[in-house]
Write a protein that binds this ligand. Sequence first.
Ligand code: ADP
Ligand code: MG
Length: 150
Amino acid sequence: MYLKDENATLKLGDKLAKSLPDGNVCIHLEGDLGAGKTTLVRGLLHALGHQGHVKSPTYTLIEKYSLPRGPVFHFDLYRLADPEELLYLGVDDIFAEQDALLIIEWPQQAGSLLPAPDLLIQLQYQPEGRELQFQAFSARGQEICEKLHK
Ligand code: ADP
Ligand code: MG
C-alpha cells in the first residue's frame, strides 16, 4: 500500500483503529528511523479517543493510554539494549492485561520476549511517500488486513 504523505499515514492509523476486533491485539511495526511508525500510531491513538500529544516513548520505551477500547501500550524499543531489560519494565503485567492493544515499534530489539503479533506492518521509504506491507499471523490479524484493504 502506497501512502503519499504524512496525512495519508495518519488516515491509515484512523482506519486501523476502526478495523480492530475487540480483545487483545498485538501489532508490530518495522521500518527505519523516520519511516512513519510513530505517525501511524498517532493517527491510531487519536481515532481511539486520545486527545492531545502523542510522544514517542524513545526513553521510557513504553507509554500507556487508557482509552474506551481498553488500555493501549505503545512501545518504542529502539533504545532497548538487552531484551531482558523489558522484564524490569513490568511487561509481564502488561501482557496479562485484558482487551489491551499492544503496538510495538522496533519489535526486533526484543528477541522472543514479546507476544506473537497478530499483524506485522513494515514501512519503507520511497522517494516521496512510504510503501507499507502487511503480514497477518492470526485470524484476527487477517481480519484487520481485510478491513484495511477495503
Ligand atoms: P518513525 O517513528 O518510524 O521513526 P516518525 O513517524 O516519527 O517515524 O517520523 C516520520 C516522518 O516522516 C515524519 O516527519 C512524518 O511527517 C513523515 N511521514 C510520515 N508518513 C509519511 C508518508 N506517507 N510520506 C511522507 N512522509 C511521511
Ligand atoms: Mg518512532
